[in-house]
Design a protein around this ligand. Structure first.
Ligand SMILES: Nc1nc2c(ncn2[C@@H]2O[C@H](COP(=O)(O)OP(=O)(O)OP(=O)(O)O)[C@@H](O)[C@H]2O)c(=O)[nH]1
Length: 769
């Protein structure tokens, strides 16, 4: 609308049809102006069409919320005889209806045509608004001026779902109970978790058994463990684990000599521990096959203790390597922007102390210098691990009634005490009822306990609470997920986490399964069904796709699923064949080779299958139209993308000899001289650094930092063309030095220009590879 502001900008219009400045701002949809006018104290509810009504009719929720927060009157009609609640219900503005209801707005007022908010929402098919009104206590039997109930209105306009909802609310007579269930109580909703990480045989299962043991069974555990230890002491799995050997032990050719039952996948259970209460325990198998899925289950939570176990029966260097492995594993999964406190605490537990010469104090505390040495060595290698508890717990995992288990329980109960406050007021009746209902649901879906979000929501509404809104369900799922009761990934809800971690992933990534999997890692749905017939293959494949374990590829109309984790194809022959004519006649090859720091190769292995999934995803998204010209080949720990003349290769190689010939012919970007910067980059820098007026001196400060003497700087200044350009062409310094100098000068804008556009490397001479 082009009406000049002056026409209606009076704060108190002389004539009723004139708009105030606020009304104009609302009609224009200008949030900033509305904010400004509210702050300057303008009157909010003037005229036959107050600002709030106008904002609602324009469906501008932001402005309507601003006005409501500022105290706009929601109990007045506009020129059409409508209250704000009528407009919001008719237009389906759920957020506003919610705000109005929580402000205490009446939901029982009719419009001038005799329609109630419930009729308006029903007529227009806004089922979420209907739920909100019902939860706010509106009368579901209210009749409009024609004596018609809202469910009949809904039917008339074809909104059978609304009619059914209102019918069921009436039939069950539980509307008030449902409404109350949605209101948070003062009760805390805290379930703390203990996550156990560690290599094979370090005692994770033993710790869990001991934690769960009562007094009587604890006596029994000690003697049964003696039994099991007899078969264990010289087991190579405990005495020889070196990081690289560990990998071999878990590789396909490894035949385990361990005579204990190694956990498959992730074992999740709820346990009521004496002195602590109800906690969720996650045991992550030490078998390397399972590592590619762990990041899905190690989500940040302040209500978590992550214990890293190592065995004192292993060599000191093995202990250090294993602890560092898991610490690195956890650190690598921490997002830079999330405060470390959000990740919960990390605790080190040294097991098998009974097999060392350590002694106990009179309280039963083990004094073990080896454990302390491991802690010190780890501290030197990884000095600042956030949230790592300073004290280590030293134990024989098979002795529940020991000082060490008291310490562990005390860590858990302290965490519980510390966290309880934060979750007060988050428990709802909906959560409580859903927890009970989940047990029934798990039985119903025993075969394949996975639902889509919409199917879950529909079931929850029909079986637990008819009034739960999408927001309620979203929040509920977050609570259940962090409690370990369900596992949400993309659009899927797994309602039995134990099934997912142990039965499904425990089986599909087990050494046994991998041994018999297709060496190419490619399956049709039928092939997959034949290999895994416990449940419907399509459903499982969808879930595995969401977990980034496989990716569907449409190959000439037939869908095949690629599983990089199963791919054990040998490295392709002739990858970089020196005899290939394309490499001989003047072709240039360049590339980036990323080296891992020494001893960290094993950290990348579990990640590589994800890289391959992403590469396939990107290839399908970008090159699927001209697939004759491009192809992605993937083999065990390697991928090669060929697209027209460009070939790119990514491999993970254990040997770090590198391609010396290629590397010696490459100069890295930061080492190049600034004169090598492309001309457009230099010009851009001139634009940023040349003085806008004679006193601007950034180029001069830069020259000083780059080491130019006073005379040279004076010479640059005395000429008429761009100072910066002359500086960039005459100074003999590297691009790296330029970037750091710009950083020191706080000219991040200019540094960014260089970083974005400077060459990454330069091939110094012709290289045939
Ligand atoms: N002597 C002694 N034996 C232990 C101790 N902790 C565990 N064991 C034994 O070591 C063997 C392996 O222990 P588990 O608890 O199954 O190992 P884990 O860490 O769960 O191993 P994975 O399931 O393969 O990841 C079992 O026979 C245990 O009884 C300990 O502190 N002292």
């Amino acid at each position: 609308m082009d009406t000049p502001l002056s026409r209606g900008c009076s704060y108190s219009p002389a004539e009723s049809f004139e708009y105030t400045a606020l009304q104009f701002a609302v009609r224009r949809g200008s949030v900033e102006q509305v904010k400004y006018l509210i702050e300057s104290g303008t009157e909010l509810d003037i005229g036959p069409d107050p600002a709030l009504h106008l904002a609602l009719r324009k469906q501008n929720i932001t402005i309507a919320q601003l006005l409501l927060q500022a105290g706009a009157d929601y109990d007045i009609k506009d020129s059409h005889g409508d209250y704000p609640i009528h407009i919001a219900c008719a237009l389906g503005l759920l957020e506003i209806v919610h705000t109005l209801c929580s402000l205490g707005c009446s939901v029982e007022v009719p419009t001038s045509k005799g329609l109630f908010p419930l009729h308006l929402a029903s007529k227009n098919g806004h089922i979420s608004v209907v739920r909100c009104l019902c939860a706010a206590g509106c009368n579901i039997d209210v009749r409009n001026s024609d004596k018609i109930r809202a469910d009949i209105t809904a039917l008339k306009y074809g909104h059978n779902d609304i009619a059914e909802l209102l019918d069921r609310l009436r039939a069950t007579g539980q509307r008030d109970i449902f409404a109350r269930q949605l209101v948070p109580t003062s009760r805390p909703a805290l379930r703390i978790s203990l996550r156990l990480l560690g290599h094979c045989g370090v005692g994770k299962t033993a710790v869990i058994k001991s934690l769960g043991a009562g007094l009587f069974s604890s006596l029994f555990r000690r003697s049964s463990s003696l039994q099991s230890n007899k078969s264990r002491p010289s087991s190579p799995i405990n005495t020889q684990i070196e990081m690289d050997i560990t990998c071999r032990q878990n590789s396909l050719s490894f035949e385990s000599t361990a005579n204990y039952q190694s956990t498959n996948g992730i074992h999740v259970q709820n346990m009521d521990i004496s002195g602590v209460g109800d906690i969720t325990i996650w045991e992550f198998s030490g078998q390397e096959n399972y590592f590619p899925i762990y990041h899905h289950f190690l989500w940040p939570s302040p209500y978590t203790v992550t214990a890293i176990l190592f065995s004192l029966d292993d060599s000191p260097s093995t202990q250090v390597q294993q602890v560092c492995y898991w610490l690195n594993f956890l650190l690598a999964r921490q997002a830079a922007d999330l405060p470390s406190a959000e990740y919960g605490q990390i605790l080190l537990i040294a097991t098998h102390v009974d097999l060392t010469r350590a002694v106990k104090t009179q309280h039963g505390e083990w004094i073990c210098s080896d454990a302390q040495k491991t802690l010190e060595s780890v501290g030197k290698l990884l000095p600042h691990v956030p949230n790592l508890m300073p004290n280590i717990i030293i134990m024989d995992s098979n002795v529940p009634a020991s000082y060490a288990f008291k310490q562990l329980k005390s860590v858990l109960s302290t965490l519980k005490q510390d966290c309880i406050q934060q979750t007060i007021g988050t428990w709802t009746g909906l959560l409580e009822n859903t927890l009970t209902w989940l047990v029934i649901l798990q039985k119903d879906y025993e075969q394949f306990p996975v639902l889509t979000r919409s199917a879950f929501a529909e079931l929850l509404r029909s079986q637990v609470n008819l009034l739960a809104s999408d927001d309620h369900i979203q929040e509920l799922l977050q609570q259940l997920h962090s409690m370990g009761e369900v596992f949400c990934i993309q659009d899927l809800i797994v309602i039995s986490v134990a099934w997912l971690g142990n039965q499904l992933l425990g089986e599909l990534l087990s050494t046994q399964f991998l041994l018999h999997a297709r060496v190419t890692g490619v399956y049709t749905v039928e092939d997959f069904q034949a290999s895994y017939n416990q449940c419907d293959a399509l459903g499982v494949l969808d879930l595995l796709e969401a977990l980034d374990i496989c990716i569907p590829c449409d190959i000439e109309g037939e869908v095949e699923y690629e599983f990089p984790v199963y791919n054990h194809t040998e490295t392709l022959e002739g990858l970089w064949d020196r005899g290939d004519p394309r490499y001989l006649s003047g072709a240039r090859y360049g590339g980036i080779r990323l080296y891992t720091s020494p001893g960290t190769y094993h950290l990348f292995k579990p990640v590589f299958s994800h890289i391959q999934i992403e590469l396939r995803r990107a290839t399908l998204a970008n090159y699927s139209n001209n697939d004759s010209d491009s192809d992605l080949y993937q083999w065990h720990l390697g991928s090669k993308l060929c697209n027209l003349d460009i070939e790119s290769l990514i491999t993970l190689d254990e040997d770090d000899k590198g391609d010396v010939e290629l590397a010696s012919n490459i100069q890295w970007g930061c080492a190049l001289k600034i004169r090598d910067l492309p001309a457009p980059v230099k010009l851009k820098l001139c634009g940023l650094l040349d003085p806008p007026e004679p006193h601007g001196r950034d180029w001069c400060l830069l020259a000083l930092r780059l080491g130019l003497c006073q005379e040279k700087i004076a010479a640059l200044a005395s000429q008429h063309s761009s100072h910066t350009m002359r500086l960039l062409t005459t100074a003999d310094c590297s691009i790296g030095a330029l970037i750091s100098s710009l950083h020191e000068l706080d000219r991040l804008d200019a540094a960014e220009v260089v970083l974005r556009s400077a060459p990454i490397f330069k091939v110094l001479e012709h290289v045939g590879v």
